[in-house]
Design a protein around this ligand. Structure first.
Ligand code: MRU
Length: 345
């Protein structure tokens, strides 16, 4: 299984997703500032993977803090948390990871600074290991939605690379295959950064899962031709009513799926659900650098002076979503009630 991020000998080892699929190589990060840079520049990306990177980054930063005074130690720890909170705005898992590290810090501090450092490292490692177990449970809960021989459409990368391993949306596909079902996956290339073409295709081929790459604008025609049995995607943040932020282009797919009577599934851990936000209008949407749109792999493809808008995510209203598959079970309409129920079990 592909491991996206690991804690090894007081350093963070992560696969360089900017180099894929051309080069498969792992980076070793020993400075927390480099972890923030890696999150910002998409060396590591995908909501659950960002959560793990943030937890490990905070542990790494704390490890190097001076131990002279508890007040200074606490101040520096909170400074680290604030710095990580600014890395990317949309993925709920980023803030979830910070909150979990803050809880761990508060519980460990009475035992002393050295013990707190140790506890934070252990917590970050645990968050990474738990993520894989959670993804496997999402897979088990979702595999029944896939029938033998299904053609599945996915967008962006919600696979092993977007998590600590195994994946959410791709985890459901993996679980169905582990049960012996044959599947074929259509992968949207996912402009502008091509997570589908570069990352999802790469990891599906690594697993020998039959895969066909299409450009984003082809999805509707494939659906009209009867070539798509279901759509499954991941999520960056899910509001209390089920409205879901995911990679730009997801919303169009969901509308198309509805128009063609095709089921549209979201697979995500509970750590992606933000119950403090009542609907999708409250989800902060990241806007990224214009060069992602004006250039392709460093080559300019648009005129110099053109205006550009580059939102990295969109929001799919809950009415287009058939079900949300989590590690605790499957939420269905009405989502406000079923999502609340997931947190009560
Ligand atoms: O900008 P990215 O590559 O971090 O966006 C990732 C996505 O939109 C994924 O679909 C989402 O994080 C789910 S990952 C399991």
């Amino acid at each position: 299984m592909i491991r996206t991020i690991l804690w090894v000998d007081d350093a963070i080892v992560l696969i360089d997703q900017k180099a894929l699929p051309g080069k498969v190589h792992y980076l070793t990060l020993t400075d927390w500032r480099d972890v923030i840079k890696a999150i910002k520049d998409l060396t590591i990306r995908g909501a659950p993977a960002i959560g793990v990177a943030v937890a490990m980054g905070i542990a790494l930063g704390t490890l190097h803090l001076p131990e002279a005074s508890v007040t200074g130690f606490r101040k520096s720890f909170e400074g680290l948390c604030r710095a990580f909170a600014k890395a990317r705005p949309t993925a709920r898992n980023l803030f979830w990871a910070i909150e979990r590290m803050q809880r761990c810090f508060a519980e460990a501090l009475p035992a002393g600074i050295a013990a707190t450092k140790k506890a934070l490292v252990e917590e970050a490692i645990t968050i990474g290991e738990e993520d894989i177990k959670i993804n496997r449970r999402i897979g088990l809960n979702g595999k029944a939605f896939i029938r033998d021989g299904d053609n599945i459409l996915t967008h962006c990368n919600a696979g092993a690379l977007a998590t600590a391993g195994y994946g959410t949306a791709l985890g459901v596909i993996r679980a169905a295959r582990e049960e012996g079902k044959s599947t074929h996956v259509f992968v949207d290339e996912t402009r502008p950064v091509l997570q589908g073409a570069r990352l999802t295709c790469w990891e599906l081929l690594e697993d020998r899962i039959p895969t066909t790459l299409i450009t984003d604008s082809m999805a509707g025609f494939l659906m009209a031709q009867g070539k798509v049995d279901l759509v499954i995607v991941g999520a960056d943040r899910i509001a209390a009513n089920g409205d879901t932020a995911n990679k730009i282009g997801t919303y169009s797919l969901a509308v198309l799926a509805k128009a063609h009577g095709i089921s549209f599934y979201v697979a995500a851990p509970l750590s992606t659900i933000d119950r403090s936000i009542k609907d999708g209008s409250g989800i902060p949407i990241e806007e990224r650098h214009v060069n992602e749109v004006t250039h392709l792999q460093g080559v300019r493809t648009a005129p110099e002076k053109v205006a550009v808008y580059n939102p990295a995510f969109d929001v799919t209203p809950h009415r287009y979503i058939t079900a949300i598959i989590t590690e605790k079970g499957v939420a269905r309409k009405p989502f406000s009630r079923s999502i609340r129920g997931l947190f009560e079990v």
